[in-house]
Design a protein around this ligand. Structure first.
Ligand code: PEP
Ligand code: MN
Length: 339
């Protein structure tokens, strides 16, 4: 970490500051220039909060040169992590995994019909929300335990591992028992108490990027899970909030090459929530494969106009099937395959 100090700052104040910071277990060194003094902090600076420096009026700039995350960092763990979800391996150039299903589980028959159709189209995992984070308290909130049971039955029927979103720590036992890949939604990306609890279990976690969170904040959230002992984390980009209103969110595909440098964790892309429009999903899914993601998560519904949530972004069976066919072709071009 590099700190820039205001010209003509009293040397005594700098010394006092250095003594304080060294108590936190880091070493300091300074370079005195004609205009400015620069102080370097070396060692484990992960416990230092940059905002605390605002209390010192003589510090005019702070730059981190090492990352605040450790266990998720590629320097800590150079080879790619493979996360195993039942019989499926995700990450490190394994075949690209396509997860698909409705936004919310609506009924037993409906989830079974969707499971059959996504399986026939070539998906290898079934998604569906039972606990839904809705903007309005008056919108459909999900079938909860009943929904989890229907999802499980549908997954077992067609041999599809299941993914569903957890909203609070008090449901962890239920998810550990029934769900194969536990999703942490965008709205809970910084629910640190939930993340810590998920770190104490061994089930794989699909950690979505928060609505307006930076890559560093996202990786710090993953660090919460890993630091408690659960190494099975998959990152999921689902679009971020920008000024643009033509799409529901803005899909940040640059995260794929950026995350590849920073972390060893697998990366999944969600073009459904990222775009919010079914007619944009296919092109963004193919783009995601082109930039090298490890998997896709896609919302699919038999009749999107009747869907109880996110109908506008759900693909019909035919459109989903055609998307998977193209995804397989693109994967071949870049020397990969689709599971
Ligand atoms: C979802 O997957 O249905 C969902 C609510 O996603 P996100 O958390 O990305 O909004
Ligand atoms: Mn949804």
């Amino acid at each position: 970490m590099i700190l820039t100090i205001k010209k003509d700052t009293d040397k005594k104040r700098i010394l006092e500051f250095k003594e304080n910071i060294e108590k936190k277990g880091v070493k300091t060194f300074d370079i005195e220039g004609t205009e400015l003094t620069v102080i370097g902090l070396v060692g484990d600076v992960s416990s230092i909060d940059i905002d605390d420096f605002k209390a010192y009026d003589f510090i005019i700039d702070v730059k981190r040169i090492s990352t605040p995350f450790k266990k998720v960092s590629r320097s800590f763990h150079p080879s790619d992590t493979i996360v195993k979800v039942k019989n499926i391996f995700i990450g490190n150039n394994q075949p690209i995994v396509i997860m698909a299903g409705p936004c919310a589980i609506e009924s037993k028959d409906n989830i079974i019909d969707i499971a059959l159709n996504i399986k026939n189209a070539g998906a290898s995992m079934l998604r569906g929300g039972a606990y839904k984070p809705r903007t309005s308290p008056y919108s459909f909130q999900g079938l909860k335990t009943e929904g989890i049971n229907y999802l499980k039955q549908a997954g077992e029927m067609y041999d599809l591992p299941i993914v569903s979103e957890i909203m609070s720590a008090d449901r962890i036992d239920e998810f550990v028992e029934h769900i194969d890949l536990i999703q942490v939604g965008a709205r809970n990306m910084q629910n640190f108490e939930l993340l810590k609890e998920l770190g104490k279990i061994n089930k794989p976690i699909l950690l979505k990027r928060g609505l307006s969170n930076t890559i560093e904040e996202w990786l710090m959230s993953a660090e919460y899970i890993l630091s408690e002992g659960n190494p099975n984390v998959i990152l999921c980009e689902r679009g971020i909030r920008t000024f643009e209103r033509a799409t529901r969110n803005t899909l940040d595909l640059s995260v794929v090459p950026i995350l590849r440098k920073l972390t060893h964790l697998p990366i999944v892309i969600d073009p459904s929530h990222a775009t919010g429009h079914s007619d944009l999903v296919e092109s963004m899914a193919l783009a995601a494969i082109t930039v090298g993601c490890d998997g896709l998560i896609i919302e699919v519904h038999d009749c999107p106009e009747k869907a109880l949530s996110d109908g506008g972004q759900c693909l019909r069976y035919k459109a989903f099937s055609s998307m998977v066919t193209k995804a397989k072709q693109i994967a071949t071009v870049i020397g990969r395959s689709v599971k």
